[in-house]
Design a protein around this ligand. Structure first.
Ligand code: BG6
Ligand code: MG
Length: 217
């Protein structure tokens, strides 16, 4: 039996969600807006451009296109300055064990991320070679919660949507997986991710037996 396991990147494989938050928070400070971690939940899985729109809405700030263009570059530059310092220690607990188990069982493994920085991040943490397909923010035209990113991942692995299992830390990503008819596994807070088929605090809670059960179902 072959399934396709599609992993989100930020907040699932690596702990980069905190870097995105820091960069947005600093930008928000510049327009006197106090951007909270709770508000940041809505930004997870959401594209860079859409995130800025959300932030400006929250701050009730009407920006010119020129301001928006400058801020998008500024946010990404700050984010990249954090990424540059990353190493394998930023890989979230037990992600390597789960990848190893799935690959040993000859399952499909793909990345499905909204980030345009996905490949350089995977390179930095030396995980690039674990993925048979990578679909990222450079490949999609419609962002999560639209399922395009995961549907493209399934196609790349020549797998039907019903045979795909998605790991996601964002509400938008869980909704995208559900809309595609895939099994959604939330990684994080069960209250926030209540729409997911299963929720685990992190990968240490996901046993090899549970993975085998997903493979065989
Ligand atoms: C998602 C993150 O994975 O990628 C979002 O959860 C982020 O927070 C989005 O905005 C786009 O990332 P990037 O690296 O292209 O700015
Ligand atoms: Mg994420």
């Amino acid at each position: 039996m072959k399934k396709a396991f599609i992993f989100d990147l930020d907040g699932v494989i690596v702990d980069t969600a905190k870097f995105h938050y820091l960069a947005w928070r600093n930008l928000a400070k510049g327009i006197n807006f106090d951007f909270t971690e709770e508000q940041n939940e809505q930004f997870k899985g959401v594209s860079r451009v859409r995130s800025l729109e959300l932030l400006l809405d929250m701050a009730n700030y009407t920006a010119t296109q020129e301001e928006k263009d400058i801020w998008l570059v500024q946010k990404n530059e700050e984010y990249l300055s954090y990424i540059k310092k990353m190493d394998q220690s930023e890989i979230l607990p037990d992600v390597p064990r789960v990848l190893k188990h799935l690959l040993s069982k000859k399952q499909g493994v793909a990345l499905g991320s909204a980030s345009k920085n996905a490949r350089p991040i995977l390179e930095r943490v030396a995980l690039l070679d674990k993925f048979q397909a990578i679909v990222d923010g450079n490949d999609v035209t419609i962002a999560k919660p639209n399922p395009e990113v995961f549907i493209k991942g399934a196609q790349a692995l020549q797998t039907q949507n019903v045979d795909c299992i998605v790991f996601e830390d964002s509400i938008a990503g869980v909704q995208a997986a559900n809309t595609a008819g895939m099994i959604s596994i939330g990684i994080g807070n069960a209250e926030v991710l209540h729409e997911a088929d299963h929720v685990f605090a992190n990968f240490t809670q996901i046993s090899n037996e549970f993975l085998d059960h997903l493979i065989e179902r």
